[in-house]
Design a protein around this ligand. Sequence first.
Ligand code: IMP
Length: 196
Amino acid sequence: MKFVLASHNKGKLEEMQSILGELGVEVVSQSDVGLELEPEENGMTFAENARIKAQAVMEASGLAAIADDSGLCVDALQGGPGVYSARYGGEEMSYPEKIRMLLQTMQGQTPRTCHFACHITCCFPNGEVLDAEGKCQGTVAFVPMGEGGFGFDPIFFVPDLKKTFAQLSPEEKNAISHRGNALRAFAEQLKAYLEK
Ligand code: IMP
């Protein structure tokens, strides 16, 4: 069975392919099926945004479509930036600047607990929908640390490992990350769906 990933992000495609490939499914990108579509992510939750993207790509391609939506949720900021993570400080602002702004906002704030959240939705042409979620708990580091990963990784500190996401190898990050957890939960659901 062929699935279209509602994203242009190569890293996400590789992660999906490596976990879902084990189920014998093929995951291709929007570009592979010639879809330039950029649906407006105007949902209030990760689930709503994932659904908007998966539904739009399924309708445009006629194929089963998978989308994910994720973000950093900081307890002292009432769960922000959350669904606005990519737009924090404006879409044009670089990540080093976004990180600087977040660290400034966090000055004197307690607690520094936070989590990354990821929601995955798969829409099938017959109207069926699968949903899965993953989380990873951490704290907001006081200074950026590490060179790996992307986005807010340099300030996402994992207390058990005493390292930020940016100090982990891709394999170490996948093993505990919100996206890794959501993908594994999704793979379980997809397996059950395909065996129906
Ligand atoms: P999207 O799900 O691709 O729209 O990502 C939303 C935003 O959340 C990203 O642009 C990052 O700011 C943040 N984010 C999501 N997952 C991660 C991660 O694993 N590391 C760092 N930042 C992330």
